[in-house]
Design a protein around this ligand. Structure first.
Ligand SMILES: Cc1cc2nc3c(=O)[nH]c(=O)nc-3n(C[C@H](O)[C@H](O)[C@H](O)COP(=O)(O)OP(=O)(O)OC[C@H]3O[C@@H](n4cnc5c(N)ncnc54)[C@H](O)[C@@H]3O)c2cc1C
Length: 601
């Protein structure tokens, strides 16, 4: 790995945080009034140093020797044992939570970027922290005071970890089919029985205990999704002041292509009829409550995708600057030295595409985090509602775009390395393996496309879509005032109008009961929608860059701004035109894969 790999560009983070999204303005909201640019810079500085000096050097060793099953439980990598207390000390578990529960009450806009550095350095190592944060937050929001005192506080302090225990062998995408059962008792807990699979961090030898936030059906519950409840199921339960086994068995670890620092395991609850679970929130409201953790996790998966693409992009950039090979097309004289491969136009094409994907999706990730802050803390109910609707609509886009295009970006990083990229001597192949998971866990891309088209864009009679149109309109006017080529803005507005027309057409099919036709090209719809949204984010970055260029910036800043304008032009001129084709597919009713009889394959 390159010693010069920054994992994430600090200057770009500063650009997004302060120049594009004005994070300092958040400090005017009562929830964040104790913060300032100084506190934001301090946490970011600490995170960068930790990521580069402590986390990144452990990545390769942990990828090569995965967490594994031994003696009925999971043994993590010895380096993970050293890292875990340091990760807890960084404050990541409760960074955005209020002081009352031991948090730092930091805006998501900043915390997201703090997390990004750790994810780029060693994705699976930091995911213990992310899972614990989400699980503890569920108990904070929906749990009883007793659960908060016993479990949440220990999770936020890092004494115990948490997991998300949803998936079962027959219930992955379809959580409606969860079969784990919960039998009420007279003692305030339920007896759980069932099998979960793929549970990340489901066992480990890092902490004294683990709390699984698990979905199960209370005996006699209604069928379907409305009969699923949420339980806190500890690996060890507190009994007479001691921790005793709670009949939660680790049934085996999956051998995975990536994310090797954290195990994904099969868990059995109640093999000996002695597994106690405590109801979290209301009975039968498990899925809607779990959505709090799932939505947080989806945005985090988006950031994981961006982080994994980012670290590989920076590695490829460094390699391209230092790897000599070949000569310019116009000067093939063999007596001349070879040039670094970055001199070849096609290598720059691959690097530019990676930059467009990484920095375009990062801009959207920060935009979404800002919506999350405003949805919770903006001054008026109208502003909070507006931010909430936009956040809801952007969640499947952040998650899926970063995962799908991030995979393409990671593959390009391998390609830039040529034959060396295909070897495990170099890290791009490992990041490519890590990235693949992001389009699968937390809902596959298809599930997110159906969420976007079937729920999010049609919510509030298309209200969220209109809000997005307004946001784009503001950016287009800003870009024009900054002096950017007017064709860029008008192309995005035209594409957005097309998205609106396609959505109305598809929604009317759905309203007419033709849901299968509405959803036939949902993945193409997601692709179309994401392409427009990322174009908007590029126009926004280019508009800010053009404004700054007018103010005679320093030479390094001018390079950043010129690069932003050039990348925006690249994306909008070469990628946005795909929207016409995707819109045509969505509207055409083209049905080859529906007609394709399974027997014909
Ligand atoms: C490494 C790893 C870590 C994980 N961590 C966790 C965790 O911590 N907690 C947890 O609960 N789960 C976890 N999961 C599970 C993960 O969320 C599921 O694997 C995922 O939701 C997909 O479910 P499945 O594997 O059963 O695939 P399936 O649902 O069987 O899907 C298989 C394919 O069919 C498609 N498909 C399925 N249904 C439909 C449909 N109705 N319409 C169209 N296409 C469909 C899917 O898009 C996919 O391409 C993890 C998985 C992995 C691999």
């Amino acid at each position: 790995m390159s010693a010069n790999n920054p994992l994430v560009s600090d200057r770009n983070v500063e650009f997004l945080l302060y120049e594009v999204f004005d994070a300092e303005a958040l400090c005017r909201l009562p929830a964040y009034e104790e913060h300032s640019r100084e506190t934001f810079d301090l946490v970011l500085q600490t995170a960068r140093k930790f990521a580069r000096e402590v986390l990144f050097p452990t990545y390769k060793a942990m990828d090569e020797a995965p967490a594994h099953m031994e003696g009925g439980g999971i043994k993590v990598h010895p380096l993970m044992k050293q890292l875990f207390p340091k990760l807890v000390e960084q404050g990541g578990v409760a960074m955005t939570r209020p002081h009352e529960v031991g948090g730092q009450q930091l805006p998501h806009t900043v915390a997201t970027l703090v997390a990004l550095y750790g994810m780029a350095a060693n994705l699976s190592a930091v995911s213990y922290i992310g899972l614990t944060a989400g699980a503890a937050h569920l108990i904070e929001t929906f749990g009883s005071e007793a659960l908060k005192a016993e479990m949440m506080t220990r999770m936020y302090s890092g004494e115990w970890t948490g997991t998300m225990a949803l998936t079962e062998p027959h219930a992955g995408s379809s959580l409606t089919d969860v079969k784990t059962t919960a039998t009420p008792t007279a003692h305030g807990y339920h007896m759980l029985r069932g099998n979960k699979v793929f549970i990340s961090g489901g066992d480990q030898d890092l902490t004294a205990n683990i709390v699984h936030l698990a979905l199960a059906r209370i005996d006699g519950a209604p069928p379907g999704i409305k009969g699923v409840s949420l339980f806190a199921v500890p690996k060890l339960r507190v009994q007479e002041g001691k921790l005793v086994a709670n009949d939660v068995q680790c049934a085996g670890a999956f051998h995975k292509m990536g994310w090797r620092g954290i195990p994904s395991i099969a868990l059995n609850f109640g093999e000996n009829d002695d597994c106690r679970g405590w109801l979290v929130g209301e009975p039968h409201r498990g899925i809607s409550q779990m959505f709090q953790m799932m939505n947080e996790a989806r945005l985090m998966v988006g950031m994981q995708g961006i982080a994994t693409a980012s670290v590989a992009y920076h590695e490829a950039l460094e390699y391209a600057r230092t790897r000599p090979q070949g000569r310019p097309l116009g000067s093939k004289n063999p007596s001349r030295p070879q040039v670094p491969i970055i001199e070849h136009a096609d290598v720059r094409r691959m690097l530019l595409r990676q930059k467009a994907i990484v920095e375009g999706s990062l801009s959207l990730g920060v935009q979404a985090a800002r919506y999350a802050d405003l949805a919770a803390h903006a001054a008026t109910p109208e502003e909070r509602r507006r931010a909430f609707l936009l956040l809801e609509m952007m969640t499947p886009v952040v998650k899926s775009f970063a995962a799908e295009k991030g995979f393409e970006s990671n593959a390009l990083a391998v390609q830039v390395h040529g034959g060396y990229g295909y070897t495990s001597e170099y890290l791009p192949e490992a990041w490519l393996r890590d990235q693949k998971l992001n389009s699968i866990h937390e809902g596959t891309t298809c599930m997110h496309s159906m969420d976007l088209l079937g729920r999010k864009v049609v919510a509030d009679q298309g209200g969220a879509l209109r809000l997005l149109g307004d946001e784009i309109g503001v950016t287009v006017r800003r870009a024009a005032a900054a002096g950017l080529d007017a064709g860029l803005g008008s192309a995005i507005e035209r594409a957005m109008a097309l998205v609106g027309e396609v959505t109305m057409g598809l929604a009317s099919l759905g309203l007419g009961g033709r849901v299968e036709e509405m959803m036939r090209h949902s993945v193409d719809y997601l692709d179309m929608f994401s392409t427009v949204v990322i174009s908007w984010q590029w126009l926004l970055q280019a508009a800010v860059a053009r404004e700054k260029l007018a103010g005679a910036p320093s030479a390094p800043s001018a390079e950043l701004y010129e690069g932003k304008v050039c990348t925006a032009e690249y994306w909008i001129k070469t990628e946005l035109p795909r929207v016409d084709h995707l819109a045509q597919l969505c509207r055409s009713g083209e049905d080859s894969y529906v007609r394709m009889n399974p027997g014909w394959f």
